[in-house]
Design a protein around this ligand. Structure first.
Ligand SMILES: Cc1ncc(COP(=O)(O)O)c(C=O)c1O
Length: 359
């Protein structure tokens, strides 16, 4: 390395130099059940129609009104009143970054139950904020309400994240506990509803009762993970502040058009989600009967399960062409846990056929 390059590198924050980039597992040619994607593509005639729509988009222009039209269409899709604020992110990941930036004052604390979505902590660390993770109950991954209330009381967090359902545990936490935590929280509370298409309840009524609650959703699990559209709903006065931090053209014209097209065909995606919910129950019931694996019930499009040796089971399945996620190292409560994304019926059948030999 040249001296100039060395000098330049030393100007990068030491914690950034010491960090690792988010790793995406290689997945060419395998049954991909690792990161909660919707396994279904659009039917061929809709693919053609979408191609024509995208071909006609003015990609020579910066994004303009179409972004606002998408925001309005998403508000309609969620069924919230028109006075609810909405802003868009290049995936919820970007919104989490913007929310973190918005509260990044000296001494600010972010609280979330753990294990949960890793990006909450990652973004807090990027802004040098204190992240306080409150362990879930070890047997059922339910909120430890007393510990959450104590953390809120002690740290007065600027921001609380509740992933509802939670990733990677898949469960919906107790609504009464959430209500009490929300009532105690002095700052923003973000209900992260990435898995809402697969869940039996949502937080829109909670948001209507508490003006400091924001609901964050994404089109990723709906079926557009590659398109990168996340959205944040809530009180105009709060959402406006996030909007100020949003890079002006963060939503590409192609992404906006593809998302609008998908919303025009929401019934296709609703049918896919229904299939995935039914498949989730089929896979869960099948896993329950297998010796050597303990699955937890899920309201997402994934199932968390504990095995005897997660690394060995993961590797054996991988060798048989099925890619899942070994989440064991993410948190002590996840020791020997695997997270299995629900795929197409054929993919799930393949998983269930290969798995017994890998346990
Ligand atoms: C709880 C949760 N929130 C947000 C996201 C990020 O979604 P997006 O693809 O919109 O960035 C994920 C992705 O897995 C997630 O699990």
């Amino acid at each position: 390395m040249t001296d100039r390059l060395q000098q330049a590198l030393l100007r990068i924050r030491p914690d950034v130099r010491a960090a690792h980039a988010y790793a995406v597992q290689p997945s060419a040619g395998v049954v991909k059940l690792d990161i909660m994607e919707n396994p279904f593509r659009l039917p061929p005639e809709l693919q053609r129609e979408l191609g024509e729509r995208l071909g006609a988009v003015a990609i020579n222009r910066y994004p303009a009104e179409r972004t606002a039209e998408l925001a309005a269409a998403l508000r309609m899709h969620a069924g919230v009143p028109s006075d609810v604020g909405v802003t868009l992110g290049n995936g919820s990941d970007e919104l989490i970054g913007l929310l973190t930036l918005a509260v990044a004052q000296p001494g600010a604390v972010i609280v979330s139950p753990t294990p949960s979505f890793v990006i909450y902590q990652m973004c807090a660390e990027h802004q040098r904020l204190n992240f306080v993770g409150v362990p879930l109950r070890s047997d059922d991954f339910e909120l430890d309400e007393a510990a959450m209330l104590a953390a809120v009381e002690r740290h007065q967090p600027a921001l609380v994240y509740l992933s509802y359902p939670n990733n990677p545990t898949g469960n919906l936490w107790d609504a009464a506990s959430i209500e009490r935590i929300v009532a105690a929280a002095p700052g923003l509370v973000v209900m992260d509803e990435a898995y809402q298409p697969f869940a039996s309840s949502d937080s829109l009524a909670l948001m209507a009762r508490h003006p400091h609650v924001l609901v964050m959703r994404t089109m990723s699990k709906f079926g557009l993970a590659g398109v990168r559209i996340g959205y944040l709903l809530g009180a105009q006065q709060l959402v406006e502040q996030i909007e100020k931090l949003r890079p002006p053209f963060n939503i590409s014209v192609l992404n906006a058009e593809a998302a609008l097209f998908a919303l025009e065909h929401a019934e296709v995606y609703a049918a896919q989600a229904a299939t995935l919910r039914a498949e989730r129950e089929r896979v869960f019931e099948a896993l329950k009967t297998l010796p050597g694996i303990t699955p937890w019930p899920s309201q997402g499009n994934m199932i968390l399960a504990r095995v005897g040796d997660a690394a060995a089971t993961f590797a054996a399945l991988r060798a048989r062409g099925v890619l899942i996620k070994n989440v064991s190292a993410a948190h002590p409560l996840l020791a020997n846990c695997l997270r299995i994304t629900i795929g197409t019926p054929d993919e799930n059948t393949r998983l269930l056929a290969e798995l017994p030999e890998c346990l």
